[in-house]
Design a protein around this ligand. Structure first.
Ligand code: DX5
Ligand code: ZN
Length: 269
């Protein structure tokens, strides 16, 4: 497997002191910062957008290489137009600026804000195309996540693709096997909770997805997110995950540095 990467989620940080929380994490030897962007539509919760990322970027040194220390790993839990009433979606597309699949919509803003890795949800990509294409062009739906990945790469970011617990891992094969390298993701995120909130119970039921991905792709960055702690890390590591998100386990700890190093050791052993 590729190297262990610990990516604490600042969803559990003190939002009034995010800059300090992020610089502390770097001192505690965290590798990436996991930034949960929620819009209140794709998930039933709202967090923050690009302006906040801009502000915290100045507290964390930019990575010196692709995927290096200080990588801002932005987990985009953002909705597609289809979740809007049809008349709103139609009006929006007529006035112009939303004539772009929703997961793509914020790529440039997040790039400018200092994001390094833009991880969108597969579920958001397929639905947004369904919303803007006529019903008889269903073939476009399948290629849509690949379009999103290509666009993220064109904008100069690394691309991640996330799947919710409801989504089977099989949808990813054709994306991972794309002939065009720019349509292949740099990372796959397997959610181990229903996205929306920190502090939920780890879903071991999702680990066969990780295992299947690792068997086929020994060098792929596979991220797990939700319910990771010293109590659940071994299962995730055994399945083959190498990028570990942890929110409440890190921020709820007396000694966050110790938790970070224990998580790393579990992946490395
Ligand atoms: C959930 C988020 C996670 C969350 C994890 O929707 O994607 O990143 O912060 O929190 P814990 O580690 O507390 O489950
Ligand atoms: Zn997340």
């Amino acid at each position: 497997s590729p190297p262990a990467i610990i990516a604490p989620s600042i969803l559990s940080a003190d939002f009034a002191a995010l800059g300090a929380a992020c610089s502390d994490l770097m001192e505690y030897n965290a590798h990436w910062i996991h930034i949960d962007v929620m819009d209140g539509h794709f998930v039933p919760n709202i967090t923050f957008g690009a302006p906040v990322v801009t502000k915290i970027r100045s507290h964390v040194e930019r990575p010196s290489q692709k995927g290096g220390k200080g990588t801002f790993d932005c987990h985009m839990m953002i909705a597609e137009l289809m979740h809007s009433p049809w008349w709103l979606a139609l009006t929006a597309s007529m006035i112009g600026d939303t004539n772009i699949a929703q997961p793509m919509k914020w790529v440039k803003d997040f790039k400018d804000a200092g994001c390094d890795l833009y991880c969108f949800h597969y579920e958001a990509a397929i639905s947004s195309v369904a919303a803007r294409e006529p019903a008889d062009t269903k073939t476009t739906r399948k290629t849509s996540p690949r379009e999103v990945i290509r666009y993220i790469h064109e904008c100069g970011l690394q691309a991640g693709i996330a799947i919710k617990p409801e989504t089977p891992v099989d949808v990813l094969w054709e994306i991972l096997e794309s002939e065009d390298e720019s349509e292949r993701p740099d990372m796959v995120l397997v959610m181990t909770v229903h996205p929306g909130f920190g502090g939920q119970k780890f879903m071991a039921s999702e680990l066969p997805k990780v295992k299947a991905l690792r068997e086929k792709y020994p060098d792929l960055n596979i991220e797990v997110d939700g319910g990771l702690s010293e109590g659940t890390i071994d299962q995730a590591a055994d399945a083959g995950a190498n990028v570990i998100v942890a929110g409440s386990a890190v921020f709820g700890a007396k000694d966050p540095a110790e938790v970070i190093s224990k998580l790393r050791e579990a992946v490395e052993k």
